[in-house]
Ligand binder design. Structure first.
Ligand code: ADP
Ligand code: 5GP
Length: 188
């Protein structure tokens, strides 16, 4: 099997995690790319499961050593990136790689891997619905929600750089649409 890459990007709260979990549950041979970051674990998050939690020094050293396929300073002082070793690990397992990265990272990975990658932007129906979902999810404080909403406006302008835009208004429709896209892409 030739390993492929499936990229999902979206403003936080759009429903990306919900959709990706559904696709994995459906049995698509996908394995999550575990990103590296320099923030501290939140709640139950574990090193090597949710992220590779690195110190800022370690992260910067790896940038210098060209160990990242891509990295971004997603929020001020907060670095996130995909290690080359992560893609090799997943392909060796016989799976395709699935990414949950910010919009710039998504566009960079697509440009790097071309037709071997599919990039999908999950778009919320509106910013006010995004606010409702972030509030309803109950994982972020009011400050964090405002930071994410401010960033969302800019992120939405990147939709046109993705192969496909899926509007997540009705969740069942969005799940069906992404399943269809992956069935086609993975059988090509
Ligand atoms: P993301 O991974 O993009 O940050 P999540 O998957 O965590 O987003 O979804 C944010 C919240 O919105 C969750 O509480 C989720 O259950 C809810 N949600 C996802 N899709 C929909 C939808 N189509 N309609 C209403 N709520 C949704
Ligand atoms: P969080 O701190 O909420 O887990 O993630 C914050 C943001 O970082 C999200 O927008 C997420 O998509 C992005 N992100 C996570 N991993 C990566 C990565 O490897 N590269 C890039 N560019 N963004 C990432």
């Amino acid at each position: 099997m030739k390993g492929k890459l499936v990229i999902f990007s979206a403003p936080s709260g759009s429903g990306k995690t919900t959709i990706v979990k559904h696709l994995i549950q459906k049995g698509f041979p996908l394995e999550f790319s575990i990103s590296a970051c320099n923030r501290n674990p939140r709640g139950e998050e574990k090193h090597g499961v949710d992220y590779y939690f690195l110190s800022s020094d370690d992260f910067k050293k790896r940038i210098k050593n060209n160990e990242f396929i891509e990295w971004e300073e997603v929020y001020e002082g907060r670095y996130y990136g995909t290690l080359n070793s992560e893609i090799d690990r997943i392909w060796k397992n016989g799976n395709h790689v699935i990414f949950d990265v910010d919009v710039k990272g998504g566009v960079n990975i697509k440009n790097k891997f071309g037709n071997n990658a599919i990039s999908i932007f999950i778009q919320p129906p509106s910013i006010s619905e995004l606010r409702n979902r972030l509030t309803g999810r109950g994982t972020d404080n009011a400050n964090d929600i405002e930071t994410r909403l401010n960033k969302a406006e800019e992120e939405m302008t990147y939709a046109k750089h993705f192969d496909y835009v899926v509007i997540n208004d009705n969740l069942d429709n969005a799940k069906a649409e992404t399943e269809k896209l992956l069935n086609t892409f993975l059988s090509e």
